[in-house]
Ligand binder design. Structure first.
Ligand code: XIL
Length: 302
């Protein structure tokens, strides 16, 4: 096939991009999105500071614009994200009791998931809850972890399952790409525990913001899949340019397609012009929407 989405679909996978509502007036941006991708993740528009900036007052305008465009194109939609320590409004960060944070968290999950009920393929229910250092399994300090305790993750997944039983529920994080890293082991142990105790979880999202993908990346995808969850590459971008970048992208795509339960790949943007990694050129299209060598290697590897 001649596009990323159609090539991925040949093996039952999707190939998506993060899209920002602020760029929808750029016709080349939208044309590239529509032509190449069959899935979307709103880059910022479904985050807590966008969807519930003040308590109980939900706003979905920018997210809805992305969702309705995607639906018109028959794309899958990944929801990103419900419970995260960043892009979190001050009113949540300032809540001081466990019951207050718990009520706010569950109300937020219900409010956002109900609005999109039946329309979201997979939700990143909890994002980036694990710490980068410390012993295996250490969670990052956040208002959720501090007030509710480590059980906030389980509670969020149970609330999410009840809110939209049709959506796949993912745990999403960065630096869990190396099969043997302590942070990876912590997430692996959590998923294994959730599966053993019947806590609802369907997928692990590997953000995969790379310099170089680890050499055991495929082994890592396979070890998560063996726990009985899907694996999705959720925020892929690779720094650099030229053949080195193209080669790294190829290895990422090959690692996914080698594992049946690696069900799709999302790149974190369409064009280098709008990448969140300013000063780098980590995406598949250059600033003029020309296909880069990395594009060709991805297309050939799908
Ligand atoms: C980034 C967006 O790309 C930026 O536009 C925003 O300013 C900050 O967040 N991990 C995530 C994403 O889960 O939500 C982040 O997106 C990148 C890192």
């Amino acid at each position: 096939a001649s596009t990323l989405g159609a090539s991925a679909a040949q093996s039952g996978r999707y190939f998506g991009a993060a899209v920002a509502a602020g760029h929808l007036s750029d016709s080349a941006y939208v044309a590239t999105w529509d032509r190449e991708f069959n899935s979307v993740t709103p880059e910022n528009e479904m985050k807590w500071d966008s969807t519930e900036p003040s308590r109980g007052a939900f706003s979905f305008g920018n997210a809805d614009r992305i969702v309705s465009h995607a639906q018109g194109q028959g794309m899958k939609i990944r929801g990103h994200t419900l419970v995260w320590h960043a892009q979190l409004p001050g009113w949540v960060q300032n809540l001081s009791s466990a019951s207050d944070v718990r009520t706010a968290m569950n109300n937020h999950i219900n409010g956002v998931m109900n609005h999109y009920k039946g329309n979201i393929y997979a939700w990143d229910v909890v994002n980036e809850a694990f710490a980068d250092g410390g012993a295996v399994g250490t969670l990052r300090s956040s208002v959720f972890q501090q007030r509710i305790g480590n059980g906030f993750i389980e509670e969020a997944f149970r609330t999410a399952r009840a809110a939209d039983p049709a959506a796949k529920l993912c745990y999403n994080d960065y630096n869990i790409d190396d099969a043997n890293a302590n942070k990876t082991r912590g997430v692996y142990n959590m998923v294994r525990d959730f599966k053993a105790r019947g806590v609802p979880i369907d997928c692990v999202g590997l953000q995969s913001h790379f310099g170089n993908p680890p050499s055991n990346y495929q082994q890592n995808i396979a070890q998560f899949a063996a726990l009985g969850v899907d694996v999705q590459i959720t925020e892929l971008d690779v720094g650099g340019s030229g053949s080195a970048q193209a080669d790294a992208y190829r290895r990422v795509v090959e690692a996914c397609t080698a594992v049946p339960r690696c069900t799709g790949i999302t790149v974190w943007g369409i064009t280098d012009k709008y990448s969140w990694r300013s000063g780098d050129t980590p995406l598949l299209f250059d600033g003029n929407y020309n296909k880069k060598p990395a594009y060709t290697s991805v297309l050939n590897a799908l």
